[in-house]
Design a protein around this ligand. Sequence first.
Ligand SMILES: [Zn+2]
Length: 307
Amino acid sequence: MPPGQNKRIGLFIALAGLFLFSACGSTIGSAGTPSAQGNGTITVVAAENFYGNIVSQIGGTHVNVTSILADPNVDPHTYETNVNQVKAVARAQLIIANGGGYDDWMDKLLDSTPSSDRKVIKGFDIAKTKLPDNEHVWYSPANAKDIASAVAENLKTIDATHATDYDKNLKTFQNEVGKIEQKMAEIKAKYAHAPVGLTETIFLYQTGPMNLNVLTPIEFQKALAEGNDPPANTVVTAENQVSKRQIRVFIYNKQTQSAITTKLQSDVSAKNIPVIAVTETMPPDKTYQSWMLSQLEDVEQGLASNK
Ligand SMILES: [Zn+2]
C-alpha cells in the first residue's frame, strides 16, 4: 500500500446503492453474500468469520449465519461492503461484531438499518482480557469462551425452545477451547522467556499467557496493526534483532503486510530463523479451535527447531 493511503480515515460513503466503509484506507473487494433465510432458523450476521464460526458451533442447525469478513488474504482493518450486506444486517435477528473500533463499519450498517428486536453482541465489550491499544480480543481463548457464553445466552433468549441444544453445544465448544489453553500451557512450560519477533499486536494475546519474550518494538507492531509505516528507528531495531539472530522465531500477520515486513521476513529466512504466519481472520477450511491450535503447533515446532 502506498504510504498515506492506509491511515484510519473512517470513510463512509453511500453512493448509488453502494456502501463503502474503510477503517484504515485501502479497500478490499470480496465480501460474503447473505445466504437464503432458512425456515425457522435464527438469522445471524457476523462481522468477522471467526465470530460467525463460534455462532455456527453454538447454534448448530438452528442458525443461519452470514459472515461478512471471511477472506484471509486481505487486510481486515480495511473493509468495503455492499447493498447485500445492508439487507442482511437489516433482516438479522442476531449480529455479532468485534467492536472496540475494529469494525466501525458494522455500527454504521446497524445505524442505517434500525431494528427494535435485533440483538447485538460485541466481542470487545464482553472480553475480560484486554491489552492496551489492541482490539484483537478473540485471540485470547479465555475471551473466546466468554463470548461463546454470551452467544448461547442470546440464542436462548431468541429461541428458548432449543435452549438445551445451545447449552450442550456451548459445553462442547468450551471443552475444545480448553485444548487451545492446554497447548499454550505446554508451550509455556517448554519455552517460557524464549525471545520471539512479532509484526503485529494480534498475537500478543497468546505470547503473553505463554510468557514468550516479544523483542520487536511495540510501536512497530502497532503501526502495522493500524496500517501505517512503522517508525524508522523501530525498523532498525527489528532488523538488528534478526541480523544478530536474537529471536528464535518470527511470527508475522499474513493479513497486515507491507514492504517493510516482506523485507524483514526475507532477512529472517536468510538467517534460518523459522517464519510463522498467523492470520487475522479464520481460514475458510478451519474452525476457531483448529485455526488457533494449528498456529500454536507451528509456533511450537518453530521454537523446537531453533534452540
Ligand atoms: Zn490486526
